[in-house]
Design a protein around this ligand. Structure first.
Ligand code: MN
Ligand code: MN
Length: 333
């Protein structure tokens, strides 16, 4: 591992940032590297949405909006793409007509990486994909603390009889034993609910609730402390629904709710994870048809960059030296 050559992003001083193919942050594709510690992978799927569709175009939009990301992150004093090999694994191939088939396909394609020691940062796609992604993480790590940024609980039971939708992944994950019920937490909750019992039901499933209203009255550092205390020293899976941001910061999403976090708050919360063992992450619900001037795309790309920076701060699993790219398990976009 010490001798291998890490391939970084295409430099904006060699090729203008608006030129060339869109990979996340202009990183190499997986077929251009020998091993992969962290793969950024797209999951274009939005058949699980309950309101506005369009998140199937999220991965393409986030990549296009990530062209201005530069290699050094001053906030954490780290050049994440020099520490570990990060590469863009293209998009998963996902059935747009069957949620059950789609969930199986996401799980299988995610596991083809995670089973070989590569950590994934998955670009959605709607929030349905968090369930199969957590299954693949659980297979390697057992139950993990889920740090869930979202306006919504996503622990509802069924919609129109459907048990797996973008409003249910964390109920199903809790039922399946995928998450650590002592360490999981929602951050940024707000908006109307069906019933007061939704909150009690959610707590029973293993989540602490840190609401957007608390950010209005409490200092950010006390919110960060509360989040970190809840996570403890557990392995963490981070799931970011971009609608955790106020619609002013992220209009391009399917179920917007007024009164959300600012981009600045969200980025600080993510930076506070530095030193924690983040085993995987997703950034979901970016729907570019409702975006303006790449506001949502830029926010999502910067969120992804902070996640990658944090993840690069802890070594990949000791038993692996990054997964060898012996095959191409996904279509390369
Ligand atoms: Mn949401
Ligand atoms: Mn969600």
């Amino acid at each position: 591992m010490a001798d291998r050559q890490i391939v970084g992003p295409v430099s904006g001083t060699d090729v203008p940032r608006y030129s060339g193919p869109s990979t996340f942050a202009r990183l190499p594709r997986v077929d251009q590297v020998e091993t992969v510690d962290i793969a950024v992978i797209g999951a274009p799927f939005d058949t699980g949405v309950s309101y506005r569709p369009g998140a199937r175009f999220g991965p393409t939009h986030i990549r296009q909006s990530s062209r201005l990301l530069r290699p050094y992150n001053p906030a954490l004093d780290r050049a994440p793409f020099s520490v570990l090999q990060v590469a863009d694994a293209g998009d998963m191939t996902i059935n747009p007509f069957s949620i059950d088939a789609a969930v199986g396909e996401v799980q299988e394609q995610a596991a083809s990486w995670t089973s070989r020691g590569t950590r994934l940062v998955t670009l959605g796609g709607d929030h349905t994909i968090a369930l199969p992604l957590l299954r693949s993480v659980h297979a390697e790590h057992g139950p993990v603390a889920v740090l869930h940024f979202d306006a919504h609980l996503d622990t509802w039971d069924t919609y129109f009889g459907a048990p797996i939708t973008h409003g249910t992944p964390f109920r199903r994950a809790s039922e399946e034993g995928l998450l650590d019920r002592e360490g999981s937490v929602h951050v940024g909750l707000r908006g109307s609910l069906y019933d007061k019992l939704d909150l009690a039901d959610d707590a029973r499933l293993g989540f602490q609730q840190l609401t957007s209203r608390q950010f209005a009255v409490e200092r950010l550092d006390s919110m960060i402390d509360a989040m970190l205390v809840r996570l403890g020293d557990r392995p963490v899976y981070v799931s970011v629904d971009i609608d955790v941001l106020d619609p002013a910061h992220a209009p391009g999403t399917g179920t917007p709710e007024a009164g959300g976090l600012t981009s600045r708050e969200l980025l600080e919360l993510l930076r506070a994870l530095d030193g924690r063992h983040v085993v995987g992450a997703d950034v979901v619900e970016v729907a570019p048809a409702y975006d303006h001037a790449e506001l949502t795309g830029v926010a999502a790309s910067h969120v992804t960059y902070e996640l990658l920076t944090v993840m690069a701060g802890t070594a990949t699993d000791a038993t692996h030296a990054g997964a060898p790219v012996s095959e191409t398990p996904t279509d390369l976009s």
